[in-house]
Ligand binder design. Structure first.
Ligand code: GAL
Ligand code: MG
Length: 945
């Protein structure tokens, strides 16, 4: 056994984990980030202690983003055989070396590594100091006796894998190296050690090792001062409480022999009420959260302060109030920012052993098996050690309201020991373990956990659990609304369910940002680098893109999480305050009354509405009797900087005028293969062979590049990764409905009462008919066309991706005006971020840059689509549409965006319906109410000349 393969000895000479702080007096802190000497060995055994030709690398960084190894994304699979605690004999090694200066040998000197993957062996001036495992945990070494005045060297040996790797199988690109800050601390002899700050009502309890003068400040104002020995208490009269909306912090300043340490803390109380609500500072709170991984397209696991702040600021703007640090503690600064900016944090331990599930070549969550570290007695020590380090590092953060022992690690006795350890170390915060809730062998009633946690559970199951009086725990979804690609479509319904059920306290979206590896400007993922094992693009599942730009799903989440809920009924608008600690009088409201896309009245208002209360007011507007497209009231909420925090829209009761059919039908001429009609400025030819228009000439100009078709297929979304095999035909001739290999059959095409009547069907190759229809086409004397489609969907196929007409128009007929949900894409289950209105766009602006190309750019609930110089589609009901320079096949088969080639055409879809996007890539099957499932189908629309 190599020394790094022993789970019973995972460190040597490392300091006992203390609370995170950095002394702030001059000279105390020297950051060693920056250029280091570096040498990479593909086998650690090849390093003989001598390196002559050093490379240079920036620290922190990862070998995979500095070019020493290729990026490898794997989800569940380990990168090596499952033979714990052993790792491959050929274990890559990175040796890091740099110099540093020491000018005072009278003091104590420490070196701190905030994160090294997978583990670290430390040498100062050529002498071995110690070693440490735990990639995302702090390793501090006392180097006083190794340093000398003047120049010193630090050398760190970092191997790619160690036994700890069996506990770090998180779903992400696998990265190695010194991945977080490294720094020196210079401290007075006899300095204080560790600091624990807890509050109880208005008392502040401070415990530490050593002696110090301790001052308590409130916003720069000195409240109290004490010379303390090991512990002291302070009283704060009427303290201002910390919460995520108004994060109020007090500061303790510790002074000893010129050393100054500041700890910011907050007053916050956390409990679960008797009716299973989450109560923070006495208020029931809903957790509107997201899972955050450290991921940067440039630096892999290393996130700069600026990148972290960008993420947190953006989360605030998207109305997120909770972060689960999946699935390891972030760099400590991250938590300082959370304290200051206001987030409820679920702090997760660096622990995941998911790869054990697939050790037999199939997926089996046999997580009680002794093979798993969670159950194997040899690993008990190590699991506890990790948990203790986590809690001790982060215990002073008011933002952390719940500890989590880890993710997907099974539920053996070692896990329970970790839970009990947290209970012992921290009496106030909640404890989370999703694995404990998976094991039906252990009724959660008896486990030391505070929430029933689940992943991707359907809403109905969560509600049933929450409403069952026999259950002890509230429901918390540690992961839900899998935001992969064009998604998520279900977040709105989940959030409404949180609010509708007391014991459904919220959840965290999976996940914050896409993980990608950049390759010549192209976003790449698993399998793109000759990977031995990988999980394709399953890492591209962020609610924001890898560069933190936003997609429709980001806005959908922002809207679902917004802090107002509005309703409209017969002239009365109501606005409910969904904040828990904030009055709506801190915001400005604007209202637009918009008729047929024109704002006819706009006004501003302010409201004094306490948390959870509702205000109602009369819209006070004389509505017209009728309009042409639709009348709506739009509501916007702005913060003091004018940023739009929330928006919503309601339909007003104004009748929409119906389309009046022209009086006379055009004269039809029937030929062998076609039916034609001509008139003032138009010439149409309808194919009897294919049952639709093959030529539409307007003012002599051909507007169709191909016959109009009926279709049900679109490029599958990531969320349809399972359904696509059911719907489509891929490698196996015997499975799937082959909807991507469609035949169109025309049984008859005749003229009846001056109209063209087609009877036809659609079916995939080698499969049953999926849709049988009658299409009645009326061509009027002025050139207007009415399409009336009646059909039966074959219920043998569970539901369809979409159904509608496909037109190929000339490339430049790509600019258009529409009345539908816009701007940006919208789907039946992803439109709360959008508003009905009159918008202009063009095919290129409709394109959305999903990492793996897929269906995008739909518009739900369209009443009108007017393509410049081409067709104007209208309806008395509604249709969905899509305008794109890409065809479905191109989008389907392109694996990366650089493989996309535009058509020399504009593809237009006028759809009866498009099924919702859901979040089925990992979440539950698309809710039936969003499926194209109905058997009787009727669609009517016009092309108006
Ligand atoms: C969960 C897991 C996450 C991630 C997600 C899928 O099961 O906890 O880490 O893998 O699925 O994207
Ligand atoms: Mg996993």
């Amino acid at each position: 056994m190599r020394f790094y393969e022993n789970p019973k000895k995972v460190s040597e000479n490392r300091e006992k984990q203390r609370a995170y702080y950095i002394p702030e007096n001059d000279g105390a802190y020297t950051l060693l980030n920056g250029e280091w000497n570096f040498k990479y060995f593909s086998r650690d055994v090849d390093y003989d202690g001598k390196i002559e030709n050093w490379d240079k690398v920036k620290v922190p960084s990862c070998w995979q983003t500095t070019g020493y190894e290729k990026p490898n994304y794997t989800n569940v699979a380990f990168q090596f055989p499952v033979d714990a605690p052993y790792v491959p004999d050929d274990n890559p090694l990175g040796v890091y070396m740099r110099e540093f200066e020491i000018d005072d040998t009278e003091r104590k000197h420490y070196i701190v590594f905030e994160g090294v993957s997978s583990c670290l062996e430390l040498y100062i001036n050529g002498k071995y100091v110690g070693f440490s495992q735990g990639s995302r945990l702090q390793a501090e070494f006392d180097i006083t006796k190794y340093v000398k005045k003047g120049k010193n060297t630090v050398l760190a040996k970092v191997v790619k894998w160690c036994c700890g790797t069996y506990l770090e199988d998180q779903d992400a690109f696998r990265c190695n190296g010194i991945i977080r800050d490294v720094y020196l601390l210079s401290r007075p002899v006899g300095h204080i050690k560790d600091i624990s700050v807890t509050t109880d009502k208005n008392t502040v309890n401070v415990v530490f090792e050593g002696k110090a003068n301790v001052k308590l400040y409130d916003s720069g104002k000195l409240l109290d001062e004490n010379d303390c020995n090991k512990k002291c208490t302070f009283n704060v009269e009427n303290p201002t409480y910390w919460n995520a909306e108004k994060p109020y912090l007090y500061t303790l300043v510790f002074e000893y022999e010129g050393e100054i340490i500041k700890i910011k803390f907050g007053f916050v109380t956390i409990k679960i009420s008797s009716n299973k609500e989450l109560i923070i500072n006495g208020e029931s709170v809903k957790l509107k959260g997201v899972n955050h991984h450290d991921t940067s397209p440039k630096n892999g696991w290393y996130m700069t302060d600026e990148e972290i702040l960008t993420d947190l600021r953006l989360m605030k703007k998207l109305n997120i109030n909770t972060i689960r640090t999946s699935h390891y503690p972030p760099t400590p600064k991250f938590l300082n920012y959370c304290d200051e900016m206001g987030f409820y944090v679920v702090l997760e331990n660096d622990m995941e052993s998911h790869g054990f599930c697939i050790r037999f070549g199939h997926y089996e969550y046999d997580a009680l098996d002794k093979t798993w570290p969670c159950a194997n007695p040899d690993w008990d020590f190590y699991l506890n050690e990790r948990m203790e380090r986590t809690v001790n590092r982060d215990k002073n953060h008011p933002s952390i309201f719940m500890w989590s022992v880890g993710n997907e690690s099974g539920y053996g006795v070692n896990m329970r020991n970790m839970l009990n350890l947290i209970r012992k170390l921290d009496k106030k915060r909640l404890v989370h373990c999703e694995d404990a809730c998976r094991q039906i062998e252990f009724p959660q009633e008896y486990e030391p956990i505070d929430v029933f946690s689940g992943m991707y559970l359907p809403i109905d199951d969560c509600v049933a659990y929450a409403e069952n009086k026999d259950n002890r725990l509230p429901v918390f979804l540690c992961e839900y609304s899998h935001s992969m690609g064009n998604s998520p479509g279900d977040v709105h319904d989940y959030v409404e369910a949180f609010y509708a059920h007391k014991a459904f306290i919220g959840g965290c979206i999976w996940e914050w940002a896409d993980h990608v590896a950049m390759d010549n400007g192209v976003q790449k993922y698993g399998g793109d680098f000759g990977d031995l094992t990988h999980d394709k693009n399953f890492c591209c599942d962020g609610m924001v893109f890898s560069d933190r730009s936003l997609k429709a799903g980001s806005y959908e989440i922002k809207t679902a999480y917004q802090n107002i809920k509005t309703a409209y009924n017969k002239g009365i608008l109501s606005i409910t305050n969904r904040f828990d600690f904030t009055n709506l009088n801190e915001y400005d409201f604007k209202f637009d009354i918009e008729i047929d896309g024109k704002i006819v009245k706009a006004f501003n208002k302010k409201f004094d509405v306490k948390p959870k209360k509702t205000v109602k007011f009369n819209l006070d507007f004389d509505l017209p009797k009728s309009c042409k497209l639709g009348a709506y009231v739009n509501i916007f909420m702005y913060d003091k900087d004018g940023f739009e925090c929330a928006q919503s829209q309601h339909k007003l009761e104004v009748e929409v005028e119906k389309i009046t059919a022209p009086k006379k039908l055009a004269k039809l001429n029937e030929e062998k293969l076609s039916i034609t009609a001509n008139g003032n400025g138009f010439e149409y030819s309808f194919s009897k062979q294919y049952g639709n228009f093959e030529s539409i000439k307007i003012n002599g100009e051909e507007k169709l590049l191909d016959v109009i078709k009926l279709g049900v297929w679109h490029a599958p979304t990531d969320n349809e990764r399972k359904n696509k095999h059911y719907w489509g035909g891929y490698d196996n001739s015997q499975t799937g409905y082959n909807l991507n290999k469609m035949f169109s059959k025309v049984y008859s095409c005749e003229i009846k009462n001056g109209k063209i009547v087609v009877s036809g069907s659609l079916a995939g190759v080698a499969r049953i008919v999926c849709f049988r229809y009658t299409l009645t086409v009326s061509i009027y004397e002025n050139g207007d066309i009415n399409f009336d489609l009646k059909g039966d969907r074959n219920p043998a196929i569970n539901f369809l991706p979409r159904l509608g007409f496909e037109l190929k128009l000339p490339e430049n007929d790509d600019k258009f005006t529409y009345f539908a949900y816009g701007k940006g894409e919208s789907y039946i289950d992803l439109h709360h971020h959008a508003r009905m209105g009159l918008y202009k766009s063009c095919a290129d602006d409709e394109y959305v840059n999903y990492v793996k190309p897929q269906e995008h750019g739909n518009h739900y609930n369209a009443k009108m689509l007017d393509i410049d110089n081409s067709f104007k589609f209208k309806t008395d009901s509604s249709f969905e549409f899509n305008v794109s320079h890409y065809n479905a096949k191109t989008l389907e088969y392109a694996m990366h965006t650089d493989e996309l080639v535009k058509d020399k055409a504009t593809n237009v879809r006028i759809d009866y319906k498009v099924s919702g996007v859901g979040s089925g890539s990992c979440g539950p099957e698309l809710n039936e109410k969003y499926q194209l499932k109905e058997e009787k189908i009727r669609m009517n629309f016009w092309i108006i000349k």
